[in-house]
Each structure stands twice: as C-alpha cells, then as structure tokens.
Design a protein around this ligand. Structure first.
Ligand SMILES: [Zn+2]
Length: 188
C-alpha cells in the first residue's frame, strides 16, 4: 500500500533528522496539555490550556512537514487525521460532559425531592434537572442537564428558584448555537 511506503519514508526522514527528539517532545507536551485541561478549575485556564495544546500539536505537524523531504502528502494525511481525531474527542467529551458531571458530583434527579422543578423546566426546554450535595448556592447548565446545589434549593423560595431555572433553561436552548470554544471553556 502506498501509505505504508509513505510511513516508512517519514520514519526514515525522522530518524535521519536532528529534529526528531524535539518533535517527539512537542507531541508529549501537547498530550500532557490536553490531559491537564481536565484538571484546570477555572474556565479561562481550561480554554487557555486547550488552545496551547492545539498550538503545540500544530507545531509538531509543521515541524514534521518542514524536515520531511520524502512526501508532502503524508503531512496532509497526518494533519487531517489529527483534525478528525481531536474533533471527535472534543465533541464526544462535550456530548457526555453532563453524564460525567452527574457521576462526579454524585447528582440525583430533582424530581425525587421536588416534582414541580422538573415539570417547570420541561415546559421550557428538554433538560434533566439534578441536585447535588453542596452548601454553596450554585446552578449551572451542561449538555442537556441543569445542576442545582442543595444550598441553592434551601436558600431560594419557589419564585426565585423559577427565575434561576428559567435562566439555565435559556442556556440549554442556546447551547446548540453557542460557539463551541465557549462551551468547551464551560461558560454558562
Ligand atoms: Zn448564566
């Protein structure tokens, strides 16, 4: 197959090149940054880490292209597969982000304790409402789920809670049109 020949070719080019260790380093740094993104707490830091990972990965691909005299097609293959894989990863993670949060927060469906809350949200958008154990009053939307803390449920009366839920439902309705970098950074 042609692509095997190309792979052998780039392997040879890389092994002959002084740049090979640096490219390896760039790839390792890029993967480390992607992994670190999940651990950054603040949305701005998370976005910054993610963008850095993308820049480093692109640098590695560009450096490969620069030192490679064998084949330009392989760089195109390399780049396209990188774009496809990172896109699948990003949208895959976004798609299941609320599932991950349910587990991480040990969140439970709110209709177990307050039936009207889920009914209220059902009338506005299709989203599941979860509550989780925290004294800090907080509400946020992720994927197709709304999360409210126990602290928030205790602090607000019904009308105030409705205002918060309507606001979060608005986020869910708009998420489909939110630029995905903004979603990725966790705003809203
Ligand atoms: Zn908001």
């Amino acid at each position: 197959m042609k692509i095997i020949g190309e792979l052998n070719c780039i392997g040879l080019c890389l092994s002959l090149s002084d740049f090979a260790p640096y490219i390896g380093l760039l790839i390792v740094v890029s993967i480390a940054l992607l992994a670190a993104k999940q651990m950054r707490a603040r949305p701005k830091n998370r976005l910054f880490t993610f963008v850095s990972a993308q820049v480093v990965a692109l640098l590695a691909i560009l450096a490969t292209f620069y030192i490679m005299q064998c084949s330009e097609m392989l760089t195109v293959y390399l780049y396209s597969s990188y774009v496809v894989i990172s896109t699948i990863l990003i949208f895959g993670v976004l798609r299941f982000y609320d599932r991950i949060l349910v587990r991480r927060l040990d969140a439970k469906p709110v209709d177990g304790i307050m039936d009207w809350v889920q009914e209220f949200v059902d009338a506005l958008t299709s989203a599941s409402v979860y509550y989780y154990d925290s004294a800090v009053p907080k509400a946020f939307a992720a994927g197709r789920s709304i999360f409210v803390s126990v602290g928030l449920l205790e602090a607000l009366d019904d009308d105030e809670l409705k205002a918060v839920l309507a606001h979060e439902a608005w986020h869910i309705r708009n998420n489909s049109r939110t630029p995905f970098l903004k979603q990725l950074s966790g705003y809203g």
